[in-house]
Ligand binder design. Structure first.
Ligand code: ADP
Length: 612
């Protein structure tokens, strides 16, 4: 027997309908790409998004077509999302920090028909225009006056919006209709498309609104620093209008000073970003003696949050940090480190240890920890295993079935993360399966060491990779980027780690570098670091080589250590990123190997990179 409740398809246009109806006057404030701060409201965004739908129809877009955006977080980008999705087309968010070759591959693979772009990215599009023939129109999110002539044939967004009618019915289709498309960053092989449905986005919104997840309210002012092109800004462009929160969009300026200015002038109470952004903000606040007068909570995810950031926000600025984990394949929020009843009874310091873990699963996310034979592993907080996940907003298969069947017999997706789950159900990522360091049959968590090292007062960033070792297979190597103007000796870092990690986890060497490269989503690019360090040889006097310290006898393997991920097949196109292409646009990928800064590094820093 079926229930007798109303059939009300969960389509995301209803989110903006709701915001317009009940929070129509609530503001969306953007730092525009053109420069000035621009203010609008949910009611205006709703009306303009409807015009976007009609403009797209006028340009030949049909339901199911892919319409891409290459844009910063602004109100126009929000309008574009709802305009595209509301009419049943699919919004494909492009990450501008990808290399040109990657963008070409993704745009062609998705078969994008139109790209809406910010002015910033016109040079990228001009350089690849002849390689993306399926793209019929490029719409520049600007008015005619700013359009310029760098991309012949490009259309001005403001003209299209002004000339289109706002009269169009949204929705009315099945809730399983595709709404959004986002490609994984492609660190292993070609990027793969995750195709979200209206239903999965709607459910993700409902779940993440929960008070033990993002917990944002109508009274909040929300600043998503995390870009809409990176895992959907963690759903904030849905959840903020869903609750009627004010939205503050940072546009292209994500540096500490610019973010701080918006936090203060707009009265932001809640924000979300990857750890590197918060580290930049903390550094800015400390040097400028700035304050945070309204900010109450920040959610940090995408990479593990270092303890120093949690303490810095809590102790110096009274801001609560919540750690979250997720991935493009989970829409993206998977777990959130809010305390359960038992943890909430603990003292502050004990609670902090749980805040550093990646957190608990909300309703709608099922987690399991398994070994290579898919046998369940205990939730004892110590046993490492593969983390698998299932739920209504978790990927079922990749776009165009790339990669074949990606679910196990029980319908779980293998995240590629290695994790523990403790007796409170709190999950902790110990590594990506491909980054974990295998030493003497045991596993060493690169993330744990780098997070502790990053807490050294002289460190700006730290990264740990495994390097080949004749006896132990691999040993950890610590790379440190020092704060500007600092110098340090290797021993300062080794002593700092002493007592905080097992002795046999102690890095065999410390190398000071002037750059730790970040990938397209702001995470440490270990693939690039490994490439740069491929000729590096551990010093003969390292503890492992000399057989001293506890390394001579690593403990008997007792924890689960899965095999490395299946061989990664890399498409030629991905290997052939040329220097020219890398230099064509401004992005975080460096174009030259970083040099050890001779002025700042100590005399014993023997980096593998050529001196400047
Ligand atoms: P995104 O680019 O959206 O961050 P990706 O799908 O590229 O997502 O990467 C997801 C991966 O990022 C996860 O599988 C995990 O390895 C890592 N990750 C995300 N959040 C955290 C976190 N809080 N701590 C450690 N690693 C994380």
């Amino acid at each position: 027997m079926q229930g007798l409740m109303q059939d009300w398809p969960l389509t995301v246009d209803k989110i903006l309908d709701h915001a317009k109806a009940w929070h129509g006057g609530r503001e969306i404030v953007s730092r525009s790409v053109e420069g000035p701060i621009v203010r609008t409201t949910y009611a205006e965004v709703y009306e303009r998004a409807k015009r976007v739908s009609n403009a797209l129809l006028g340009l030949g877009i049909l339901p199911g077509d892919r319409v891409a955006t290459l844009a910063w977080n602004t109100a126009r980008h929000v309008e574009a999302w709802y305009g595209i999705m509301g009419m049943g087309a699919i919004c494909h968010t492009l990450n501008p920090r990808l290399f040109a070759e990657q963008l070409v591959y993704i745009i062609n693979h998705a078969d994008d028909r139109i790209i809406l772009t910010d002015l910033t990215f016109l040079p990228i599009l001009a350089s690849i225009r002849d390689q993306i023939p399926g793209v019929k129109h490029i719409i520049v999110l600007a008015d005619e006056a700013h359009l310029g002539d760098s991309l012949p044939g490009a259309l001005a967004y403001e003209t299209l919006v002004a000339n289109a009618s706002a009269d169009i019915a949204w929705g009315g289709f099945d809730e399983n209709t595709a709404a959004g498309l986002c490609y994984t960053s492609g660190t292993t092989g070609n990027p793969k498309g995750v195709l979200y449905s209206h239903r999965s986005n709607f459910l993700h919104t409902l779940v993440t609104m929960g008070s033990d997840v993002l917990g944002i309210k109508a009274t909040d002012t929300v600043l998503p620093v995390v870009p809409m092109f990176h895992a959907n800004a963690w759903g904030l462009a849905f959840s903020a209008p869903a609750v009627g929160a004010k939205l503050v969009m940072p546009g292209p300026k994500l540096d500490g000073a610019s973010v701080h200015e918006l936090l203060e002038t707009e009265g932001v109470t809640f924000s979300a970003a990857v750890p590197t952004v918060w580290q930049m903000l903390l550094t800015h606040l400390r040097t400028s003696k700035g304050t945070l007068s309204t900010l109450k909570r920040v959610v940090i995810g995408g990479s593990a949050v270092p303890e120093a950031i949690v303490r810095g926000f809590r102790d110096e600025y009274g801001v609560d940090v919540t750690h979250a984990w997720g991935m493009t394949e989970t829409s993206p929020l998977g777990t959130q480190a809010t305390p359960n009843h038992a943890i909430a009874q603990m003292g502050d310091e004990q609670q902090l240890q749980f805040k550093l873990k990646q957190g608990r699963a909300p309703l709608g996310i099922q987690l399991k920890l398994v070994d290579d034979e898919d046998k369940l592993l205990p939730h004892d907080g110590e046993t490492f295993g593969r983390l698998k996940v299932s739920g209504p907003f978790v990927v079922g298969e990749y776009f165009k079935s790339e990669g074949g069947n990606i679910l196990d017999a029980e319908g779980y997706f293998d995240t590629g993360d290695v994790a523990t789950i403790d007796e409170h159900g709190v999950m902790q990522i110990t590594d990506r399966a491909k980054d974990v360091i295998k030493s003497g049959g045991e596993w060493i968590s690169s993330i744990e060491i780098e997070n502790i090292a990053a807490g050294h007062p002289k460190a700006e960033l730290a990264a740990v990779i495994g390097v080949a070792h004749p006896k132990w297979d691999e040993r950890p190597l610590l790379l440190v980027k020092l704060m500007a103007g600092e110098s340090a000796a290797k021993d300062e870092f080794l002593q700092f780690l002493d007592g905080k990690i097992a002795k046999w986890w102690m890095p065999d060497d410390v190398v000071f570098v002037d750059e730790i490269p970040l990938g397209a989503t702001g995470k440490i690019d270990k693939k690039l670091i490994r490439e740069r360090m491929k000729d590096y040889v551990l010093p003969a006097s390292s503890p492992a080589t000399s057989g001293t310290a506890a390394l001579a006898a690593p403990p008997e393997p007792k924890i689960y250590a899965p095999e490395p991920p299946v061989a990664v097949v890399e498409d030629d196109a991905w290997l052939n990123w040329t220097l020219d292409a890398a230099q064509a646009v401004d992005r975080s990928h460096p174009t030259q190997p970083a040099a050890v800064d001779q002025a700042e590094a100590p005399a014993d820093a023997q980096g593998p990179f050529p001196a400047k």
